[in-house]
Design a protein around this ligand. Structure first.
Ligand code: C2G
Length: 131
């Protein structure tokens, strides 16, 4: 069983996220997603539209995601890789190189980011729909 790990906020889940998760899952047999908590999002200066519980439910509805764990801080990745016996760590290419420091523990790979879609774009639509 090849276990894959990735992290993110995954707010207003869209096809960019889904393509990332689909490709991440294809790197192995089991995909774990570290989902940024609302508290960690504030550290990342991100304000998610959906709560952690809602974002978790969206991910759990996807066939590509096998387990969702909380991402509470920047420093948990090495411990998570060990705790969950991770073989492959992956992120979108906007993080290229940022997590190479765990390559002594597992394979680290970056997947091309999907352009032309972002939660910010969607949020823009949601916010105007409120007015
Ligand atoms: N992503 C993508 N294409 C997009 C948008 C996002 O491939 N159009 C990828 C990102 O590269 C990331 C994942 O989807 O790998 C989740 O994106 P975000 O929810 O924006 O996550 P981020 O805020 O980058 O958090 O410790 C790592 C951080 O928690 C990553």
């Amino acid at each position: 069983m090849k276990r894959v790990l990735t992290y993110g906020t995954f707010d207003t889940l869209h096809y960019g996220h889904i393509r990332l998760l689909q490709r991440a899952r294809a790197l192995g047999d089991y995909l774990i997603v570290g989902l940024s908590t609302d508290a960690f999002n504030s550290i990342k200066n991100k304000q998610a539209f959906h709560s952690w519980e809602e974002r978790k439910a969206h991910l759990e509805a996807l066939r590509y995601v096998d387990l969702v764990i909380p991402e509470n801080d920047w420093d948990q990745k090495r411990a998570d890789v060990t705790l969950y016996h991770v073989d492959v760590f992956t992120m979108g290419s906007d993080w290229e190189g940022e997590f190479d420091f765990i390559s002594d523990l597992c394979e680290v790979t970056y997947l091309p980011r999907t352009d032309s879609i972002s939660s910010t774009m969607i949020r823009g639509g949601l916010d105007t729909s409120k007015s």
